[in-house]
Design a protein around this ligand. Structure first.
Ligand SMILES: [Zn+2]
Length: 429
């Protein structure tokens, strides 16, 4: 029997927003399949880091992609760059000699059935699923096959971000990838409800419609998987989100605050570089500024927009590197107050000087807030228990090893581990 894995990611969908009225397919799936109710994301809880973590089974400190933005030294000192830009992976390769430091699923499976991803999120998030071109990546900014050979013409994925593009992409995913090409791992990464959640209040009619649209896409993939299962395929089906969202409370010019406090020379100086990641931030230091760590920490811990500061060994517990230029990381202050639509959880965000968009009152993520760290994970097939809900710890980095075990491959070198087929059930109250 052919073994395959199919992964669907509903970007940003919070576990607590999956309800029968707005997400009937996922609600039913959570009840009928194996639902991991303590599933967590990585830090920073951004789509680009999450994409690399799902692909490698490793934490950001291990794979090396440290946020939606990160500092690189391209020869003239540390500069903060957006990982979302299509040219970031080339910049990273030139600055560090490589892209990700560990193999992706696409690399591990290149000679074993291969991997395909169709993604409608940012170019950086799509490309960091398979940055070196071991498999196929389909994205509106450019599609590539093995060796990063462009997929052009009809083979390119010419869609727009949002629900309509997700719909077009899903139809092609089911027909071409699942029914015809049949790679060992096929991943579909929907832009909703993330795209709408960043532009509308969480729980608003528009946001709920975006959740419903993502749920409809999951239903289409499930129907195709069921059809293939009836033909005798042994398919591990994984549906998840990469992180959740909090409602933005205030936007803070954190870099300006550091400059005003005398802890950074100028907004664009390379001594101390703060990489904004929504409700989180990573602070890098040039070698001559590493001794500012304690002063920075004291300053940040006195700021009302800062939730928690991490330094030294605490960075390792967050899954960040402890060697190199990363000096500190922070998650912003948060509260549990509901927004106007009854969705709980607000957090301050760190301003991104490269982005003019305002997120105030809308969804954002990147830190360690309760809701942004409560994505969902449900697994069906591959021998997983049915009608099972478990509270055992599980993380984004467990997806890749779980997929590899199903396909009969080694999982050495991963931070995650294959999830048990029979996880302990949540005991009845
Ligand atoms: Zn997002």
């Amino acid at each position: 029997m052919t073994r395959r894995a199919v992964i669907v990611v509903c970007d940003s969908l919070r576990r607590d927003l999956i309800a029968p009225d707005v997400a009937p397919t996922l609600s039913a799936l959570m009840a009928e399949a194996c639902a991991f109710r303590a599933f967590r994301g990585v830090f920073p809880s951004t789509t680009r880091t999450s994409s690399a973590s799902i692909a490698t089974g490793c934490l950001p400190g291990t794979h090396g992609l440290l946020g939606n933005t990160m500092a690189l030294d391209e020869g003239a000192g540390l500069v903060c760059r957006s990982v979302g830009d299509p040219d970031f992976r080339e910049r990273m390769r030139r600055a560090t000699g490589r892209t990700l430091r560990v193999p992706t699923l696409a690399q591990r499976l290149a000679d074993h059935g291969g991997a395909v991803i169709m993604s409608n999120v940012s170019p950086g998030a799509a490309y960091f699923h398979d940055p070196d071109g071991w498999g196929w990546v389909y994205h509106r900014a450019g599609s590539y096959g093995p060796g990063l050979v462009p997929e052009t013409g009809e083979r390119h994925l010419a869609i727009r971000i949002g629900a309509e593009g997700d719909r077009t992409m899903t139809a092609r995913f089911c027909d071409e990838m699942l029914r015809r090409r049949r790679p060992a791992v096929a991943t579909l990464w929907l832009s909703e409800p993330d795209h709408t959640g960043h532009a509308e209040p969480l729980g608003s009619p528009a946001h709920r419609a975006a959740i419903r649209a993502a749920d409809d896409r999951v239903a289409e993939v499930l129907a195709t998987v069921d059809e293939l299962a009836r033909e005798g395929e042994d398919i591990l089906f994984v549906a998840c989100s990469d992180h959740g969202m909090e409602t933005t409370r205030r936007t803070i010019d954190a870099t300006g605050r550091l400059v005003a406090a005398g802890l950074k020379t100028a907004p664009d100086s390379s001594d101390i570089v703060l990489a904004p990641n929504g409700t989180g931030a990573v602070i890098y230091a040039a070698p001559e500024a590493q001794d500012r760590r304690d002063a920075l920490r004291r300053f940040l811990e006195g700021e009302d927009w800062v939730g928690r500061v991490f330094a030294g060994g605490e960075l390792a517990s967050l899954g960040l590197p402890v060697d190199g230029p990363v000096l500190l990381a922070l998650t912003t202050a948060a509260d549990l107050a509901p927004n106007a639509h009854g969705v709980p959880g607000h957090a301050d965000i760190v301003a991104d000087p490269e982005s003019a968009k305002s997120y105030d009152g809308f969804g954002q993520h990147g830190g360690l807030g309760i809701h942004e760290q409560s994505p969902f994970l449900v697994i069906r097939g591959g021998g997983f228990a049915t009608a099972r809900a478990t509270a055992m710890p599980a993380s984004l980095v467990d997806i890749a090893p779980t997929v590899l075990r199903h396909l009969g491959h080694e999982t050495a070198g991963m931070d995650g581990r294959p999830l048990p087929l029979e996880p302990p059930p949540i005991s009845p109250p």
